[in-house]
Design a protein around this ligand. Structure first.
Ligand code: ADP
Length: 257
């Protein structure tokens, strides 16, 4: 770090530096506001399950001893809301780590990563998932983060559809396109603009039932950005959705391109 000698600078140069400085302040301000918004949204989102837990605990205290059906219902509700809170705090943590960008990168083949996660989720949800296309597609990345990316997108495809999910991996030099294709409920164009926002859910009641947090796609976007890639969504309500992750390829040896 070198101190700048402002006295030696010309007027134009100083004006340039001033503009850069203002731009930096603006970015810092935006970042700060984003963080504040996140803290306020997060507290709000955690308050809902807490309120449910609290009221069921009170119900248990009042009626739980004499009425076994009340006991069952309350215990069930408390346990599922607690699970949701756990998932949400885990995902918030994932968002925070994703942003600190301290994880190591190495050369990895994305194909077995997506195949592995697809296999796990197919078993867990008893659903058919097929992976087609390339057998190798190397990128510079972090395997844990990529697994999480695959998990989030494939799990969404499963949650929001009832038929087979297809994963298509295609090279389009200098990048690889990994598409997660479902024939599910689809997303309207108004919602498409917002689904990557933190805590945004198209149908809050429905996703509440399926345990959604509205954080998955925000995390997926963070992970993709960390890998110098982007996510593109094509979707039609009632027909299905295609989430395509585009990532820069590297040669097997580890050099770019
Ligand atoms: P959630 O935990 O609610 O699934 P996400 O951030 O992963 O949160 O997704 C945000 C919202 O985007 C979801 O609530 C859902 O409404 C919509 N969405 C995501 N993936 C799909 C998909 N494959 N098909 C239809 N809607 C989807």
């Amino acid at each position: 770090f070198q101190k700048i000698d402002y006295d030696s600078k010309g007027k134009d140069e100083l004006a340039d530096m001033g503009r850069t400085f203002n731009h930096m302040i603006e970015l810092l301000k935006q970042n700060y506001e984003k963080q504040q918004q996140f803290v306020s949204d997060a507290s709000h989102e955690l308050k809902t399950p807490l309120t449910v837990i609290d009221s069921y605990a009170q119900l248990l205290r009042r009626r739980g001893r004499e009425k076994p059906e009340v006991f069952e219902e309350a215990v069930e509700a408390i346990s599922s809301e607690a699970a949701r809170m756990k998932e949400m705090t885990n995902q918030m943590l994932a968002l925070a780590t994703g942003e600190s960008i301290t994880v190591e990168k190495e050369v990895i083949n994305t194909v077995p990563v997506f195949q592995g996660v697809a296999q796990q989720l197919a078993t867990a949800y008893e659903r058919k998932i097929s992976v087609k296309g390339e057998s190798t597609a190397y990128i510079s990345g972090n395997e844990l983060q990529l697994k999480q990316l695959a998990y989030l997108l494939i799990e969404n495809a499963i949650k929001y559809s009832e038929q087979e999910v297809l994963i298509q991996i295609q090279k389009e030099e200098p990048q690889v396109n990994i598409s997660i294709i479902d024939k599910g409920i689809g997303i309207s164009s108004e919602d498409k603009a917002q689904i990557f926002d933190r805590f945004y859910r198209v149908d809050k009641a429905r996703t509440r039932e399926s345990g959604g947090t509205g954080l998955g796609l925000a995390i997926a976007e963070n992970i993709t950005a960390f890998h110098q890639g982007e996510i593109v969504v094509e979707s039609e309500p009632g027909k299905g959705s295609i989430f395509t992750v585009k990532l820069p390829l590297v040669k097997e040896g580890g050099t770019e391109g």
